[in-house]
Design a binder for this molecule. Structure first.
Ligand code: CP
Ligand code: NVA
Length: 298
């Protein structure tokens, strides 16, 4: 594995390898015997806001013995129109790895191709692979295994999280139910390409029925702020609330990639009732980022 650009581009074996190493790193945190990023400097190129992804990578790089540079696109020439192709060829000669949060998936792929250094997708409009890997680790921890899990994703099924869930289902074969308005269905071309065991409905309770994991994400993803009002009307029914939880399996867990907007995609009550699992999920970002970087180096 040279880069981590999407769940689509990973095999099942690669996903499981990342999860296994992340589990080991979590168990041995603070007692590591090796520092595989010693002497390296990794760059974080971010064109969108971040709390979890930024901090988990910066702390993870430090724990692995390396240094990091946070490069906000608004402060480097990329933000003034310097092409990603040139940015990649400059940074590839100076830093040892890149973690990129941006809009276009093609920009992350172009950077990976032209920089020659390990490149990680830290969220694009199309995928958020690092988040999904942390989610899978959390589900394993909560249930003991991913075998037979049924996941219901309620909200914008065509956003980066919805799409990464579809690819995770395609690769690992678990059941995924999407509940979304018609306007926010993933394109049929993507569904055909993924060929995953996925169902789509307009009814959140139908999607939740018997599900083990209820998952949601913001109604308004970064970059879509001008659509906020339209989306609020479209998604009003697509909330994880007591009714949706009651439809799910009796021990169902609610997960959220965060940040969460209470009263929108999730009620405050449901959020707090499942806060332990949700913040375990957030913590797992750190362990997974470390595993990804170690595997890209090996
Ligand atoms: N879930 C997630 O990626 O959070 P941040 O936007 O805070 O990085
Ligand atoms: N779909 C969200 C995920 C945030 C982690 C967004 O892109 O803003």
């Amino acid at each position: 594995m040279k880069h981590l650009l999407s769940i689509e581009s990973l095999s099942a074996a690669e996903i499981l390898e990342i999860l296994t190493l992340a589990r080991e790193l979590k168990a041995s945190r603070g007692r590591e015997s090796s520092r595989p990023l010693t002497g390296e400097c990794w760059g974080l190129l971010f064109s969108k806001s971040s709390t979890r992804t930024r901090v988990s990578f910066e702390v993870g790089i430090r724990e692995l013995g390396g240094d990091s540079l946070f490069l906000s696109s608004s402060e480097i020439q990329l933000g003034r129109g310097e092409p990603i192709e040139d940015t990649a060829r400059v940074l590839g000669r100076m830093i040892h790895g890149a973690v990129i949060r941006t809009f276009k998936q093609s920009d992350v792929e172009t950077f990976a191709r032209l920089s020659g250094i390990p490149t990680i997708n830290a969220l694009t409009d199309e995928e958020h692979p690092c988040q999904i890997l942390a989610d899978l680790l959390t589900i394993e921890e909560l249930r003991g295994s991913l075998d037979g899990v049924e996941v219901a994703f309620i909200g914008d099924a065509d956003c980066n999280m919805g799409r990464s869930w579809i690819w995770a289902s395609a690769r690992l074969g678990f059941g995924l139910r999407l509940a979304c308005p018609d306007l926010y269905r993933p394109p049929s071309e993507l569904m055909e390409r993924a060929n995953a065991p996925v169902s789509i409905t307009n009814d959140p309770e139908e999607a939740a029925r018997g599900a083990d994991i209820l998952y949601t994400d913001v109604w308004v993803s970064m970059g879509k702020e001008q659509e906020a009002e339209h989306r609020a009307a479209q998604f009003a029914r697509y909330q994880i609330n007591d009714r949706v939880v009651a439809a799910a399996s009796p021990n169902a867990q609610v997960l959220h990639c965060l940040p969460a907007y209470r009263g929108k995609e999730i009620t405050a009550e449901v959020f707090e009732a499942h806060a332990n699992a949700i913040f375990q999920q957030a913590e797992n970002r750190l362990h997974v980022q470390k595993a990804i970087m170690m595997l890209l180096k090996s």
